[in-house]
Ligand binder design. Structure first.
Ligand code: NAD
Ligand code: TDX
Length: 374
């Protein structure tokens, strides 16, 4: 392990928790999606000797182009498959002698969960249950090895909406999910918790705030606004634009998961945030300013002329923010990328990669867009 944050942890804390064992043999579910693919890149750079199986159903949000440059690597195997497919999971766990699952696969977009919640219950609840149950039997059959881990990636949305004066969500904030998406993630979180409590299974969980960065599907706020600015299309801000999100650069999220896998005791849960609370309208304004600077030849100048207020999202949570004290004090992790720096990197990435995002603006995407922004 080489990151400065990790080196700053005291040696006594490390001696009891160090699980820096490599090579590991991992399944990364949802590894062709936004955060999952960033994590596959991250893990390959940090632990090139590890065996990585990417398991992804390639829904509309999954994209093999997100793994560009990695496929063909001897230690990486891509499997197109569903996390609800128990026989497939059993086969992979056994034939690849898996010791670690990092579980990203999910239906992840709140607006889609409002249009059609069924897929969210199926993948997020039933899919997580299927993985947990398969991993439990695999772990038990191997004699419950101490180094096995099931890391569940979850969200701050399970805590509901934060009042203006409240400190951020902590690990003891009561669950109060408001959307079908967040309710399905809450259900999966409870299953993970129960598997540790009941069976002693070595689970880990992180609940993080809004991620952003490369390979982010353009249904989410930041990539959607970047691309619409580049195309000269309206920038649809929901409601009054005063909702607040706490932005976490995706690479910081990957390093947080890495830290938890290597430092945490089994059964623990950590909240991960970016210390970057911004109102939506201010964020869109920041993106406009950046694109005006980095792409000065666009026809609409200033880009902020494209900002359009549209009807609010039903049940729209007003504010999310994370209190990341626990992961900082217990494991020594803090975010390293400010929102100004992260947005600059992100805008530059979208400017440099029209070949990545143009094919995503498909018929399916246009039909979805018409429904949400009708
Ligand atoms: P994403 O939608 O970009 O990617 C999800 C991936 O899962 C896709 O590649 C998709 O093909 C795959 N998938 C979906 N259903 C599947 C199934 N049944 N079987 C196998 N694969 C399936 O999502 P993301 O933004 O990368 O989010 C990853 C995880 O992080 C999710 O669990 C999400 O709840 C959580 N999370 C995301 C954010 C965020 O800001 N994006 C914040 C907090 C937590
Ligand atoms: O067009 C838009 N206009 C707009 O004003 C879109 C797409 C969003 N918004 C607002 C809604 C939210 O207040 O921007 C904010 C961010 O929206 P999203 O990008 O859809 O993210 P959010 O709903 O906050 O959820 C995200 O963070 C938590 C991820 O999608 C989830 O997977 C994660 O769990």
């Amino acid at each position: 392990m080489s990151t400065p944050e990790i080196q700053s942890v005291t040696s006594s804390a490390l001696s009891s928790t160090l699980l820096d064992r490599h090579p590991r043999r991992l399944i990364i579910t949802g590894g062709a999606g936004f955060i999952g693919s960033n994590f596959v890149h991250y893990w390959g750079q940090h632990y090139p000797g590890d065996r990585v199986i990417v398991l992804d159903a390639l829904t509309y949000a999954g994209n093999r182009a997100n793994l560009a440059g990695l496929e063909g690597h001897a230690n990486l195997r891509f499997v197109q498959g569903d996390i609800c497919d128990r026989a497939l999971i059993d086969t992979l766990l056994a034939e690849e002698a898996i010791d670690t699952i990092v579980h990203f696969a999910a239906e992840s977009h709140v607006d889609r969960s409002i249009l059609g919640p069924g897929a969210f219950v199926q993948t997020n609840v039933v899919g997580t249950f299927t993985l947990l149950e398969a991993f439990r039997q695999h772990w038990q059959a191997q004699g419950k090895p101490e180094q096995y881990r099931f890391h569940h990636v979850s969200t701050d949305e399970v805590y509901g909406s934060l009042n203006p004066d409240d400190p951020g969500f902590s690990e003891i904030t009561p669950y109060a999910p408001n959307s079908p998406y967040s309710a399905s993630k809450a259900g999966s979180d409870h299953l993970v918790r129960a598997y540790h409590h009941t069976y002693g299974m070595p689970t880990l969980m992180t609940n993080c705030s809004n991620n952003y960065g490369p390979y982010h599907f353009p249904e989410k706020l930041i990539p959607l606004m970047c691309i619409n600015i580049l195309l000269g299309k309206p920038l649809p801000v929901y409601g009054d634009g005063q909702n607040i999100r706490d932005w976490l650069y995706v690479e910081d999220h990957c390093s947080a998961i890495d830290t938890v896998i290597h430092r945490s005791q089994p059964g623990e849960t950590y909240n991960v945030g970016g210390n970057n609370e911004v109102k939506n309208l201010d964020l869109v304004q920041m993106l406009c300013t950046l694109v005006d600077e980095l792409a000065p030849d666009l026809p609409v100048r200033p880009s902020s002329n494209l900002i359009t207020f549209v009807k609010d999202r039903p049940g729209h949570d007003r504010r999310y923010a994370i209190d990341a004290t626990k992961i900082k004090t217990e494991l020594g992790w803090t975010p390293s990328v400010t929102v100004e720096e992260g947005l600059r990197r992100t805008v530059q990435w979208y400017l440099n990669h029209p070949d990545w995002w143009q094919p995503l603006l498909s018929e399916e995407y246009q039909a979805y867009y018409r429904k949400v922004y009708a």
